[in-house]
Ligand binder design. Sequence first.
Ligand code: V47
Ligand code: SF4
Length: 382
Amino acid sequence: MSAENIQHLLQHNDAMMQHITTKIIHGERINDTEANYLFEEGELSSCGILANYIREKKNGNYTFFNRNFHIEPTNVCVFSCKFCSYSQDYKQKEAGWELSIEEMFQRVVAYDHLPITEVHIVGGVHPKLDLQFFGQLLEKIKNYRPELHIKGFTAVELDYMFRKAKMSAAEGIAFLKSKGLDSIPGGGAEIFDEVIREQICADKADANRWLEIHEATHLAGLRSNATMLYGHVEKYSHRVDHMRRMRELQDKTGGFQTFIPVKFRNMDNDMDNIPESTLIDDLKTYAISRIYLDNFDHIKAYWPMLGRSTAQITQSFGVDDLDGTIDDSTKIYSLAGAEEQVPVLTTEQLVELIQQSGRIPVERDTLYNRIRVYDSSETLVD
Ligand code: V47
Ligand code: SF4
């Protein structure tokens, strides 16, 4: 079906669309001009057909998910990103929280009898929580549950920890790896363009530093993810520029696992006058990222932010991975006006949601090893 649809695009009355389609059929990468063209002129349906063709070529009819839970050590943050509805120092509107190592450890203990495979640790940048503190936390979790994959700390958090410890990125990553860190998440990338970054998150790690930390992570043998915060003050060309820098690093290291377009939500932050992106823009952004990032294996949608129905539809626009599973209690999105104020979905519900979209759910671990493939009739019983 996907191949038949793409053949029709070769007869499209738009020559650029025919050209892009031919490239994709031959497995060639599109350039920045072509990506910009898709954003500016591409019809949603055409972008969807191309993205779905690539998605099915790379990942068949499978949609991945994993069972994880979040720990947010603190919402106190030294930075002042304008889109953030979360940071306490900045908003000074409610008491911040700061969890002790023991309190965070007890969150892990609470999952003792549940078959989760990953803990995702991410939070604000607290001026007093340092590399040694987080090293101790990692060590305690690793000693207690060695098989639990620890995905922790955005490049922004790491930048601050490493600078304070006077360590290079390579030294800092090596230290955290020795304590139990297994991979790093994709947050903090926002939009790389320097002028836009100055407007939305002027004081935190810049694009080069974000890329440097991810490169050091890959060179240390750990994988990481990449994100893009879209739908605020940036132009389409900034999205393409952002993805180009990701694609270039991926060519160099191959260390990224997945790309996650993150929709800007405008509730209760300093950018609340900016209207949110439309569903059409959301779907096109997923689709074009799938088309452009030919060296990324996976495109992930974060369902608590988009809502369940939109997350279902994204699976026809390049997405092959849905994040946010059994107990996603992260606050950064619900405070910004995410669709799902209490983002909790049982594994059974997530499996059903994927099956309703005509895809085959696959439970994966963080590194995309398959744990369980659900055939069309199967739902979870444990
Ligand atoms: O970088 C903050 C975003 C990100 C808002 O790697 C907002 O598996 C929308 O990157 N509207 C951090 N977004 C979270 C993140 C992430 C999420 C899920 C999975 C993974 C992964 C990574 O949260 C920040 C920022 O872009 N964010 N405020 C807002 N108002
Ligand atoms: Fe701090 Fe992250 Fe919020 Fe920026 S987005 S203010 S770095 S918590």
